[in-house]
Every structure is written in structure tokens, then in C-alpha cells.
Design a protein around this ligand. Sequence first.
Ligand code: CO
Length: 296
Amino acid sequence: MLTEEQLEKLRKAGRVSGAARELGMSMVKEGVKLYDVAQEVEGYIREHGCGLAFPCNISINEIAAHYTPSCTDKSVFQIGDVVKIDCGAQLDGYVGDTAGTVEVGTNSYRELIESSKRARNTVAEFISDGVALDEIGRTVEMSMRRDGFVPIRNLCGHQIEPYNLHAGLSVPSFDNQDKTQIKAGMVIAIEPFATNGEGMIKDTKPGNIVRYIRDRPLSDPKAQEFVDYVKGEFKTFPFCARSCDFPDAENHVKYLIRHGVLSSYAMLAEVAGGIVSQHEYTFYIDTKKGEVTTLP
Ligand code: CO
């Protein structure tokens, strides 16, 4: 179990990420730049005493996750876009990880968006000490199928530990027969993705998100300085050049990927080009119940 002090940090990171998510979602309008939304969301997190647990992901339509705008991204939201905002705050390593979906100017995907929300909220009603992972998976899948959609099977919810965003347990969105139980004291992110496609995602091109993997001898002293900055600022968490307060970050990131110091995440796209919606809360599993930490 977390101590009262640790729990306070988890709750604060959760609250800040929840409010940042709402802010981001409220900004998604036709003609608004993706860049501006990402900057506002991350700015909010930092201004409220937290660090970034990962860059603000802004993933549109068939892209399920792992895109964040670069500094030079001029793209804007278009009418009809289905936009996932997934953001994370951390305080001394305690994380709030949360996401929501909005549609720009139309209502064509209202049911799809409701479906991932309903599945997550249904899980919220019973997630607690002793609940098995496959029970959550079954619930998510049944809920989405009743709505006429399918879950994305190869994206999971996840346990979170201090400074480790994807730690330990993976929480399925279908019945994978995993009887492992969730235990009191765990922090768990539940993030079902619903789609009108096939229900699988595949890696596509890099989406500007990277993470530090190992040190390597570097001939460029500035690059080493950048590595030290990154370790101090983001610890072991994913980040992007845009969020770095460091000159020439974009080029340092490229250089460090080439040298194997950073590894880059691929954008995840639905295999059949289906539209994807996602809702996510982080929970603290109490001895009695699951507490949503990421409400604003
Ligand atoms: Co997550």
C-alpha cells in the first residue's frame, strides 16, 4: 500500500493530468493547431507543479496512439476528426495517465466515442482488490460488442509504478484467460480503445516520441549534455524534442536515435483503417475499491 504522503503525490499528479486532459479536449476545434494543444496541455502540467510522464499524445482517426506534434508541425484539426488526447503528469515518479476522445464539429462517431467511455466506466464500477485481469477484458469486450464495435486487442491497460509507466500487469480488452488478480496497493491505468475496424493496431512511422535506453560513448559533447538534461528532466519517462528546454533539441534527438541512446516509438494505426476512440483513467486500488485518481 502507498503511504499517505505517496498517495497525496499520486492524487495530485492524477488531478493535474485530469485537468490537463479536459483543457486539451476543450481546445480541439476546427482550424486549431495540434502543436498549440500539446503545448497548452504540457504547460498546464508543468505550471501546476508536476513533470511530464510522457508527451501529450494527439492521435487522429485511425491512429490509436503515439503521435505528438513536433515543433514544426503546422497541422490543424479538421471537421470530422476523431481526436484522442492522452496526457500524463508525474510528481516524484507518481503518475496520472489519462485520455479522452472528441470529434471535431460533427457527431458521426458519437456512439463509438461513447463506447470506449462506457467500457472504461463499467470497469471503474468493479475494479478492486482481487479482480482478475480476464474479467476486466471480458467486460470491456462485451460492452463494446453490445455497442456494435470491437476493442483493440493488442493495446492494453497497464500497471504503473514510480518512474515506470508500463510496469508489471497488462490489462486486456478481451478475455485472454489471464486469471492474475489485481491487488490492493497497485496503480492501474484502464484505457480501452474501441474501433469500427478489425480491432488490431500495427506500428507505422515514428511519431516524435522517444525514450532514453542506454548510455553510449558520444563524440559530440553537446549531445552528452543533452542526454544529461533529458535524464534530469524526464528520468525514465518518454519525451519528445518539443518538450525540451534545450537548444537544438530536435537535432540532438535525431543524432541520439542514430547512436542507439534513444529509441523512438512508432505511431499505432488500426490495421483496417478503422476509426479509434479511447478513454483512460488511472486508478489506485484501495483495500476496498478502485479510486479514480485522474478526475480534474
Ligand atoms: Co496509459
